[in-house]
Design a protein around this ligand. Structure first.
Ligand code: ZN
Length: 333
């Protein structure tokens, strides 16, 4: 697996958003606050990086992905561009205050100072309130880009001050094509990953780089099956352990949601080929035989709620405990 260039950012499927930004830039109306929304791993941070490169690229057509500015942005060394997209750490008020100070200064070497705050719904309330001040009095060459899964989880006063672009899931064929063309994936690998990703190209790229990701999926399926047969104490112990790792918790719940959606499909009599986890057809068919349509439907709703709660900083352990105690109890699987 090789990447053509480490500094080139490939935006796939969201060209309409870049077209709009290009037109605004050409008209001299670069939005000072941008909010990119959409499902996890759909490409929000990628669009943000591309835009940061474009704003400061030293060549045409921008972004070239080659010039010192483009390189520094991707390697995290550009003095005017700050990208916060840690999976696990919530932005704190001190982080925002430091950024405000930086944003109030003229750029060092670029045309704009750009700050990208990914997953802003995870920021603390005091941090979000502090950010409002920056949005109310933006410095002329300061550009702020926020990303969020759900704009409803942000302060309405923040949303109303941003230009919002809602990114959507990509069609299956486009994901396969991108994996083959830009990431040199083998045809079978591209098909399987695109199927599992359900429109989230970022997930497939992670899976290509993280060889453990597919084996972790297998492990998380096994854990779910064991939990379905486990008692209260075991379920609570699992909740306690998993809630310590926010990124892993999100990964597990997202996967479980796809599993229960598949079970729901199977129980409603849909063809086996319609399910997302195609490589688990047999096991899911078996699980579907041991649970009911109502149970699957409830679990889909509960997992959705748990994932939303996670984004909104609701106590993850408590949220997971509630979820696990409500898992159906199966005698045998
Ligand atoms: Zn460049």
């Amino acid at each position: 697996m090789s990447i053509q260039s480490d500094f080139k950012v490939y935006v796939v499927g969201h060209e309409w958003a870049l077209d709009l930004l290009n037109r605004q830039q050409a008209a001299g109306r670069v939005p000072q606050a941008l909010l990119l929304t959409g499902p996890p791993n759909v490409g929000k941070s990628t669009v943000a990086r591309f835009w940061a490169q474009q704003l400061n690229c030293q060549q045409t057509p921008a972004p070239c992905g080659q010039c010192p500015s483009c390189r520094k942005i991707i390697s995290g060394n550009h003095p005017d561009v700050r990208i916060f997209d840690s999976d696990d750490q919530a932005l704190k008020i001190d982080d925002i205050r430091n950024l405000q100070r930086e944003l109030s200064l003229s750029p060092n070497e670029g045309r704009y100072r750009v700050v990208v705050l990914a997953n802003f719904e995870r920021a603390t309330l005091s941090a979000a309130n502090a950010l409002l001040k920056t949005l109310e009095e933006p410095a002329s060459q300061a550009i702020l880009v926020l990303t969020a899964t759900d704009p409803g989880a942000l302060l309405p006063t923040i949303v109303s001050r941003c230009q919002m672009l809602a990114l959507r899931l990509l069609p299956h064929g486009l994901v396969v094509e991108a994996l083959r063309e830009h990431w040199r994936a083998e045809p079978e690998q591209a098909e399987l990953l695109a199927q599992l990703a359900a429109g989230r190209l970022g997930w497939t790229v992670k899976a290509l780089h993280d060889t453990e990701l597919l084996s972790r999926r297998e492990q998380h399926l096994q854990e779910l099956i064991s939990l379905l047969q486990a008692g209260r104490a075991e379920r609570l112990a699992y909740a306690h352990q998993l809630s310590r790792d926010g990124a892993m918790l999100r990964e597990v719940l997202t996967l479980w949601l796809t599993i229960w959606r598949d079970l729901l499909l199977l129980q409603s009599g849909a063809a086996q080929t319609k399910i997302m986890n195609l490589n688990w057809q047999e096991r899911l068919q078996q699980l579907a035989g041991h649970s009911s349509l109502a149970e699957a439907s409830q679990m889909v709703a509960r997992l959705r709620t748990a994932l939303i709660n996670l984004e909104r900083n609701v106590n993850p352990r408590l949220s997971l405990e509630v979820l696990l105690l409500k898992l159906p109890k199966l005698r045998e699987v």
